[in-house]
Design a protein around this ligand. Structure first.
Ligand code: MSP
Length: 943
């Protein structure tokens, strides 16, 4: 139960620490990448050796370490990772490199401002990027840092060759450079790309680059030049000969135009006296090599250039191993460096060019560029915690684009997660492989039935059922899906590939409803075998199996879990197995099914419920449109969304939206009274609140409280008093996330009270996380758990309740609320905080009771529906010897019921009907306020 709003952090995952061949330490030795360290596909390295095909080499840009990573960085990494994993699904060995770009003016200045050495700054932030690869499940084979020794040798070799081994006019030359330099972008801009700009905040006039809006400064200095203009014709010819080299095409046109019109020789050093943080020109120590030359060479360093090319994949004596890269993934802002400067330098040295530059657009927030100063930068670690790695990966791949900027919003992630993953894929999986209720079948038997050719026999029947018609339709889709996805993925259009998979799954969900397999068992037997049902089940199982194979690159953990659960052998998960009917050895037997728990708890589901994302009804109408139209169906939220998807599948998305809008407008004319307690109440959860009472502040339990809570639990006395065991920090995080999502638990952290004298201070009107609930303010916790009613049948005692809660109410819908309080901080004991916390929480429970019960009912694992659920009484269990707690609860109006139980506890109870009659009630209520607490956007800014 999360009455403070259905927003919770998902548990912190322990980031998988990649055993990177390049440790974060500053190794002096040349690294080698033993084949065993490449996370490779099921294709064996022998096959590579035989065919001499080098592994598919894919790179991400290396990231500047002047600041912590943001969501755009994670997106680039995920896109590259998906491309790598796709190669593996196709059976090809693949190698992914990523890393950090650590030299240059930008880093030097950032370190200076933060009063740390550049290396310290690099170490701190490189560790964050490395950690992010774990959080995002990036399967990189190399994590390069440009401050590593082996990279320095590669750059020096590259540099020396540029300087010394090129024919006169094509090699580096010395001159004086005057121009506009941007430290943010680490490059010079030509005069025509620069314009004056008056800073609205300071009124100061500055010069900025009109393309990136970055500030530029005029610089005149002696420098080495790379004669880029001499490469103009070669470059243009190369683009012409290789039209698909830059993807998308629009970017190729941009680059060609730029080379036609803007090419200037490139200044490739900075004076050492201005830039010390970089690699020095080995034979002209007054100069530091330009950071972009340094950075681009990383792609070669990883391939072994500078010492020896990667030794494991030497091809016919070329000794280039991995090189050339098959794809450089880059963002739109760095296309010129990769598509103009880089190929020109490689052409100069006679090295093969990368085979493709894949350029993606950017993520924005509310249509604005993400920027630290605007405060709309999304912290990727936080996003992973909130949505889960696979949920986030799916969203970024479904909505990220090579063609236009995409808008990042939690609303949109929530909708995508609910609709695509929970309601479409998850729902289909559970419907087919783990059906609930009386009807049951075995997917294993269905697969066997297919293997025996029984459906073919059925097709030849004189009187084919409806099922045969539907069968053919789905079969066609099942047969075509691998090719559709392969085409899209080979064209690097991941979003389109996901669109195909989504549409297969939604067609299959519709097929289940149309064919109603639960009825088929009775209707159609041939020679004693329920063939029709098996036929349908097999097709649906195929949809889940094929979709899971194809989804492995995008949602690796969930797809693996699905394939494991449906018992697809690990060696049958490559593209060739994604064909319809290719695998006849998977599925669950009846025994497998019998061994599984009957009910699936919502948090154990493959796509467990996640927090809503502060959706307004307007946004929901816009995005999901028709969910409300399904309210007559009842059921829990994914079921309703699943129904909506089916409607879309039948009628088309626009028709459904129109229908819903029409309905909505009719209903709103008929009644202006807001509906409450109806199926879409989940859309209107109250905003998260903290509760301020005179002696305490209660805040919803969030992940940043976990460390403190964990600290308390290390104390054996507290463990004994609370009958708890010590858990690992990681388990504690998981608990927090689960408790936050659970429908039958409510946990507040008890904090020291807010100092009212602060009055109008903004933080009191809006409680930001980590302010009044910072580490030193937390003193304990208070919990409320809902259980089935545990009291005597109290007929006659307050028989009114049945009327209050409707005719359907009966004991099975009655609930007991258990209260549990702990003041762990010794210094805060004896000040009445425990009492104040319990009173404040009970007021909260009573004020929000409608919503609490609604949420309890709606989120039942077996689905919601009309209910007369009623909270009948309150209960607390206290250790017999704990006099302080006993007198606290006696003072609040609780009375002991029964004797001491097996655990040495006494039970104290109070009927809910008596609650508001207690002497403390009015006083608490009048001095009690709810304060909005850390909205998501605020969290993003302040965490
Ligand atoms: N260090 C250079 C790259 C050198 S590669 C030899 C650099 N680093 S960066 O940290 O600024 O950017 C790294 C990548 O993140 C770039 O591809 C950039 O386009 C990408 N993104 C930065 N902001 C982004 C979004 N808002 N959205 C998507 N990608 C974003 O440039």
């Amino acid at each position: 139960m999360i009455p403070t709003g259905l927003r919770s952090l998902r548990g912190l995952r322990s980031g998988r620490f990649i055993t990177s061949p390049r440790s974060l330490g500053r190794s002096r030795t040349h690294p080698s990448w033993p084949a065993s360290q490449c996370r490779c596909s099921s294709s064996t390295s022998e096959s590579t050796a035989d065919t001499k095909e080098k592994p598919f080499y894919i790179t991400t840009p290396i990231f500047y370490v002047n600041a912590a990573p943001h969501i755009g960085h994670l997106y680039t990494m995920i896109l590259a990772d998906v491309m790598k994993r796709w190669q593996q699904v196709k059976g090809r060995e693949a190698f992914l490199s990523t890393g950090t770009d650590e030299h240059g003016m930008k880093i030097q200045q950032a370190a200076y401002k933060q009063e740390v050495t550049p290396l310290e700054l690099c170490d701190t932030n490189a560790a964050k990027f490395l950690a992010l690869t774990g959080e995002g499940q990036i399967s990189q084979d190399a994590f390069i840092r440009t401050t590593q020794e082996e990279h320095k040798s590669a750059v020096e070799k590259f540099w020396t060759q540029l300087k010394q081994s090129l024919p006169g006019s094509l090699g580096l030359y010395k001159g004086t450079h005057a121009g506009w330099y941007s430290v943010d972008d680490e490059c010079f801009y030509p005069e025509k790309m620069v314009a004056p700009f008056i800073d609205p905040q300071t009124g100061v006039k500055v010069m900025v680059c009109t393309e990136t809006n970055s500030k530029v400064e005029w610089i005149e200095e002696e420098t080495w030049f790379f004669p880029l203009t001499k490469y103009k014709d070669k470059l243009l010819q190369f683009y012409k000969d290789n039209p698909g080299w830059i993807q998308p095409e629009s970017k190729m046109t941009e680059v060609q135009n730029w080379v036609e019109n803007n090419l200037e020789d490139l200044s490739v050093t900075r004076p050492y006296k201005r830039l010390q943080w970089g690699i020095r020109d080995p034979d002209d120590a007054k100069h530091t090599i330009y950071v972009w030359v340094d950075a681009l060479v990383n792609y070669l360093t990883v391939a072994g250039y500078g010492s020896e090319w990667h030794p494991d994949w030497d091809r016919s004596g070329e000794k280039m191993g991995l090189w050339p890269a098959d794809v450089h993934v880059v963002g739109k802002d760095i296309i010129r460096f990769h598509a103009v400067y880089w190929p020109a330098m490689l052409l100069g040295l006679g090295l093969p060019l990368p085979k493709k530059i894949l350029c993606h657009n950017h993520w924005k927030m509310s249509n604005r560029k993400m920027s630290k100063s605007v405060g709309n930068v999304v912290n990727p670690t936080f996003a992973v915690q909130r949505w889960g790695t696979d949920g986030l990966r799916y969203f970024l791949m479904r909505h990220g684009s090579l063609h236009k900027d995409s808008d990042y919003s939690n609303d949109s992630i929530y909708v995508t997660y609910t609709k695509d993953l929970q309601a479409n894929l998850g729902n289909l999986y559970y419907r087919i492989f783990r059906p609930q209720g009386q009807t049951s079948w075995s997917t294993g038997e269905a697969v066997d039935s297919f293997a025996r050719g029984e459906f073919e026999t059925n097709k030849q029947l004189d009187n084919p059922t409806d099922c045969a018609t539907h069968y053919s339709a789905l079969e066609e889709r099942l047969r075509s899906i691998p090719q559709e996805v392969e085409k899209a993925m080979d064209e690097n259009e991941v979003s389109a590939a996901l669109g195909h998979i989504y549409s297969l799954l939604s067609a299959t969900n519709r097929y289940v409803t149309d064919t109603a397999p639960w009825k088929l068992s009775k209707e159609m037997h041939i020679a004693g075998t329920p063939i029709a049902r098996n036929w349908v089940i097999f097709n649906c199982a195929e949809a889940v199996r094929i979709a899971s194979i194809l989804l492995q690159p995008i949602i690796p953990s969930k797809a693996t879990r699905l394939l494991d659960e449906i018992k697809v052998l690990p060696e049958r998960r490559t593209l060739e197995w994604a064909k319809y009917g290719a695998d006849t050895g998977y599925g669950l037997t009846r025994e497998d099914r019998a061994a599984l728990p009957k009910r699936i708890q919502s948090w154990e589901a493959i796509f467990p419920p996640v927090a809503t994302a502060e959706l307004t009804d307007e946004q929901i109408k816009e995005e999901l449109g028709g969910v409300v139209a399904n309210r007559k169906i009842g059921g829990h939220q994914p079921t309703r969304v699943a129904h909506y998807i089916e409607m879309e599948e039948r009628m088309g998305a626009d028709a459904v939206r129109e229908l819903v809008e029409e309905r909505e407008s009719k209903e709103s004319q008929a009644s202006r009274v807001p509906r409450s307690g109806e199926a879409h109440a989940w859309l209107r959860a109250p905003r998260p609140a903290a509760i301020s009472a005179p002696k305490v502040l209660l805040v919803p339990y969030e992940s940043h409280h976990v460390a403190k809570y964990h600290g308390w639990m290390q104390d054996p006395e507290i463990r004994q008093a609370t009958a708890s065991e010590a858990l690992t920090l990681e388990a504690e995080y998981r608990n927090q996330a689960e408790w936050r999502r659970a429908r039958d638990k409510l946990t507040f952290i008890v904090c020291k009270p807010i100092d009212r004298s602060l009055g109008g201070h903004y933080e009191v009107n809006f409680l930001r996380m980590n302010t009044f609930d910072a580490m030193d303010k937390m003193v304990g916790d208070v919990n409320f758990f809902l259980h089935p009613y545990d009291g005597e049948d109290d007929d006659g005692d307050d028989g009114d309740d049945d009327k209050t809660h409707g005719k359907g109410a009966g004991r099975e819908d009655w609930l007991t609320g258990e209260v549990d309080i702990m003041i762990a901080d010794e210094d805060s004991r004896g000040e009445g905080m425990g009492r104040a916390a319990v009173c404040a929480m009970l007021v909260y429970v009573q004020v929000q009771l409608g919503f609490i019960l609604e949420e309890y009912v709606m989120n039942r694992p077996e689905g919601g529906g009309p209910s007369g659920a009623a909270l009948k009484r309150l209960m607390v269990k206290i250790k017999e010897g704990n006099q302080a707690s006993r007198s606290l609860f006696t003072g609040l109006g609780f009375r002991q019921e029964g004797g001491v139980n097996y655990f040495g506890e006494v039970k104290m109870v109070m009927d809910l009907a008596d609650l508001q009659r207690q002497p403390w009630w009015d006083q608490t209520l009048s001095s009690w306020i709810q304060i909005p607490y850390g909205s998501l956007r605020e969290e993003l800014k302040y965490l």
